[in-house]
Design a binder for this molecule. Structure first.
Ligand code: GLV
Length: 329
């Protein structure tokens, strides 16, 4: 029997590619940049499986071009690049990679938070520019993290891990979530639930966003929300760029309405080099790398491969975001 055709949209860990290639007719897009749209539309015409990244838009147009498609396995925990409703309608399974990246992403969130608070990137630039002339009592003063108040917006798995790290810094931790967490979690992680987002924003010294991108969370943080924050507050975003209104953030950072920001994600990725945010010293911008550790990216790739192979066999992928597809069969 012919092996099912699959398209993998970027190079991932070799052992994972070997695993996929051993039971499929695999084509790999072995390029640093994502396949252009026309290439992607062309490649999917005969495939039963697609291993996609968050840079690949998997919408109705693509699904129409892929009549054989059984599974889209996304190498990411987030899947806002996929129209899951359309996939479900067509009986196409969608897989993602939750869990394995939780702690790595929380570590990076904390790295951003510490770096923004203590002006680490600015300090490195200062040193390299030859500005370090002496120990200066007023040089590069930042904000204390220990004993400060952290506000977590969207407290799922990653938010909770960030809370765990915050406890080590003796921080007070507030959280805002669609659903209140179990009391046991609140107790274990020392969390205070704040149902009103404005209240959380006004009390926190650091606000960190870990919500999923949905129509409800698009521009959740905009001018009015930024205006609620303290002038000494720092905003961290390691979720999705469009949850923060970037123009409003620019204004808030430029005018000193808030003190700083640490972003792993931007509204448009990659951020354009002429974006005004890049001219500001009080923002750190990383190229969407929160889950980028060797071990975690390997685990994510393995998980995506397992989802892909299960879906090709019409089995429920270990991590499936639309298991309804199976029930309907
Ligand atoms: C990365 O942003 C992911 O969703 O895994």
């Amino acid at each position: 029997m012919a092996k099912p055709k699959v398209f993998v949209t970027r190079r991932i860990a070799q052992e994972t590619l070997n695993m996929i290639a051993s039971s499929t007719d695999m084509e790999l897009w072995d390029n640093e940049l994502p396949p252009p749209r026309d290439v992607l539309l062309n490649k999917v015409q005969t495939v039963e499986g697609l291993l996609s990244l968050l840079t690949d838009k998997i919408d109705a147009e693509l699904m129409n071009a892929a009549p054989e498609l059984k599974i889209v396995s996304n190498l990411a925990v987030g899947y806002d690049n996929i129209d899951v409703t359309e996939a479900t309608k067509r009986g196409i399974l969608v897989g993602n990679t939750p869990g394995v990246l939780t702690e790595t992403t929380a570590d990076f969130t904390f790295a951003l938070l510490l770096a923004a608070a203590r002006r680490l990137v600015e300090a490195d630039r200062y040193t390299r520019a030859g500005n370090w002339k002496t120990w200066g009592p007023m040089v590069l003063l930042g904000q204390d993290v220990h004993h400060a108040t952290l506000g977590i917006v969207g407290c799922g798995r990653i938010g909770l891990e960030v809370a765990k790290r915050a406890r080590g810094f003796d921080m007070k931790v507030l959280y805002h979530n669609r659903v209140r967490r179990k009391q046991a979690d609140e107790k274990a992680f020392g969390l205070e639930y704040v149902p009103d987002l404005s209240e959380l924003l006004s009390r926190a010294d650091f606000v960190t966003i870990h919500a999923a991108l949905t129509p409800e969370t698009h521009h959740l943080i905009s001018t009015a929300e930024l205006a609620k924050m303290k002038p000494t507050a720092i905003l961290i975003n390691a979720s999705r760029g469009t949850i923060v209104d970037q123009k409003a953030l620019y204004q808030a950072l430029k005018s000193g309405q808030i003190l700083g920001a640490g972003l792993d994600v931007t509204e448009v990725e990659p951020i354009s080099l002429d974006d005004p945010l890049l001219a500001l010293d009080n923002v750190i911008i990383a190229p969407h790398i929160a889950s980028a550790s060797v071990v975690t990216r390997t685990k994510m790739a393995m998980m995506a491969a397992e989802n892909l192979l299960a879906g090709l066999q019409r089995k429920l992928p270990p991590n499936c975001v639309n298991p309804d597809v199976m029930r309907r069969r």
